[in-house]
Ligand binder design. Structure first.
Ligand SMILES: [Zn+2]
Length: 508
């Protein structure tokens, strides 16, 4: 049997796509979920690009224990050293070096000869190996590279100590048969190939990323690079959940393959990413779209009721799709609550558990049924609050079709003072934001605003994700949760405001 390693790059390739940027604490929450999902390697970022990326990789490296943590860098000593500085606290660090090998990249981007690039690749891997035992080398745009030159580079970097060699289809250009041939060619032409893992990294520009990754697995690749929900540059990367379920559903074809992914955690991981970024999958998205398991036509419904396998090739439960099972309610005790949170993978100290239990009781009073997603939201709303500077004491809205929208807000300020103010606005949310502007003395402009329901049903908790520019600075994103979407909006706004204030204090 061959084990396929899953290398998740949601936090690096995924995060660099427009609209998908994440704050450090959000990246940590997602990394912890990726670890629960069972991925083998988490690519946490590109530390040399910015201090923010460096900090995120360093903090993720400190909390993740089971998965390897990779950091990407280009083939030069300074970037490799910076990457190592961010990674060195990891239980299992991996330096990931990339340099292009295709003629078009060499001639127009790097302006270097084939020999120069070969030397740079070998020097980079040799240096990285003095710092870190686990070194991955990527030949960017491998699919459009001369196959013999590609093989020459791969052989040289394996000799220099690379333990994984990645063959990316950087531009999403190949088809399964061609990619399979290339992987087989590399296996036959590179004499030391058995000393390294072969990895593939496919992009979805022509909709073939998953198919190409699977073809490579069949040809002998034993690592796939992918992202949750298939997010990533341009049309995105290969979707992790689709590769995993293909391997699981068609065990008859992939009968020599094993992978460690816990499929029941797939849906939760997908939802967490959507709730962090505010971007939902399209409803018909394979595996994790909201229609992925719904049967609309009468004939299909009849068939499924008689035997689910008439139209279902996998069960919703196998990917953790929420049934309408009630988990907890207002009569649930502390023990049931802490047990469920622990089962969901949240490790919290006793004080934090007590605080959350109090919040859970309030929630359970308003909402008869408390689902797993509600419990996740409780935990995430807590980690969403950096350090409380402004605290909401009271908010009241009034609005109607012949009424000027008005909000009254009582806030506790960082100095401990309690201030009441009221304002009118275009709507009740706008009115509340204006009242907070007056109390905090911080001007704001709303850049993005989105409401999601955490679960189904009329009494569902609302999640508001917003991005606000304070005093004309770049946007700060935050989330707020409540069974009342107006209150969730105010909580999200105050979370963003607190982040802005915290950032100001840090820069001083
Ligand atoms: Zn990529």
């Amino acid at each position: 049997m061959r084990q396929i390693k899953f290398f998740d790059t949601t936090l690096r390739d995924g995060e660099q796509a427009p609209g998908f940027s994440m704050k450090t604490d959000e990246k940590i929450a997602l990394a912890l979920q990726l670890e629960r999902l069972g991925v083998d390697i988490i690519e946490a970022g590109f530390p040399a690009t910015s201090p923010g990326d460096f900090e995120a990789v360093e903090r993720i490296a400190a909390v993740i224990k089971n998965a390897s943590i990779a950091g990407l860098c280009r083939a030069n000593k300074a970037e490799i050293q910076t990457t190592w500085n961010a990674l060195k606290g990891a239980a299992k660090p991996r330096i990931h070096i990339v340099i292009a090998t295709s003629d078009i990249h060499l001639e127009t981007k790097l302006k270097k000869s084939k020999d120069e690039v070969l030397r740079m690749a070998v020097d980079a891997v040799t240096f990285a190996k003095t710092l870190c035992d686990d070194v991955e080398f990527s030949a960017e745009d491998a699919i459009r590279s001369n196959p013999d030159y590609l093989c020459q580079v791969i052989e040289a970097v394996i000799d220099a100590g690379a333990s994984t060699v990645n063959v990316p289809d950087t531009v999403g250009y190949t088809i399964p048969a061609e990619f399979e041939t290339l992987i087989l060619y590399i296996r036959s032409k590179v004499p030391n190939i058995e000393r390294a893992n072969i990895s593939v990294h496919c992009h979805n520009d022509l909709g073939m990323a998953v198919a190409n990754s699977l073809a490579a697995i069949r040809a002998g690749a034993n690592q796939v690079e992918c992202t949750v929900n298939g997010i990533g540059e341009r049309a995105g990367n290969a979707a992790l959940e689709e590769i995993v379920m293909m391997l699981n559903v068609r065990k008859d074809i992939f009968n020599d393959i094993i992978c460690k992914i816990k499929t029941e955690e797939i849906y939760r991981t997908s939802k967490l990413l959507s709730s962090i970024t505010g971007i939902e999958c399209q409803p018909n998205k394979a595996i994790v779209g909201k229609n992925a398991f719904s049967h609309e036509s009468g004939i299909h419904q009849d068939g499924v009721l008689k035997n689910p396998f008439t139209y279902e090739i996998m069960t919703p439960a196998s990917v953790g799709f929420p049934g309408n099972k009630i988990v907890l309610g207002k009569h649930s005790g502390r023990n049931a609550f802490t047990t469920r949170l622990t089962d969901l993978g949240h490790t919290l100290d006793t004080a934090a558990m007590e605080e959350l239990f109090a919040e859970f009781k309030i929630l359970a009073d308003k909402k008869k049924e408390v689902h797993d997603e509600d419990l996740d939201a409780l935990v995430y709303s807590r980690s969403n609050v950096d350090k409380v500077h402004f605290e909401l004491e009271y908010v009241c809205f009034s609005s109607g079709n012949k009424h000027v929208p008005t909000a009254t807000v009582v806030l506790k300020t960082p100095s401990g003072e309690v201030i009441t103010d009221a304002s009118t606005g275009d709507g009740p949310v706008d009115a509340a934001f204006r009242a907070i502007e007056r109390i905090s003395n911080v001007n704001s402009r709303l850049l993005k605003y989105k409401i999601n329901a955490v679960t189904a049903g009329k009494d569902a908790q609302g999640e508001v994700a917003l991005t606000v520019s304070f005093n004309e600075t770049d946007g700060i994103s935050a989330r707020g949760y409540s069974t009342d979407v107006l209150v969730a909006s105010v909580k999200a706004y105050i979370n963003a405001l607190n982040r802005y204030v915290a950032r100001g204090m840090k820069s001083k």
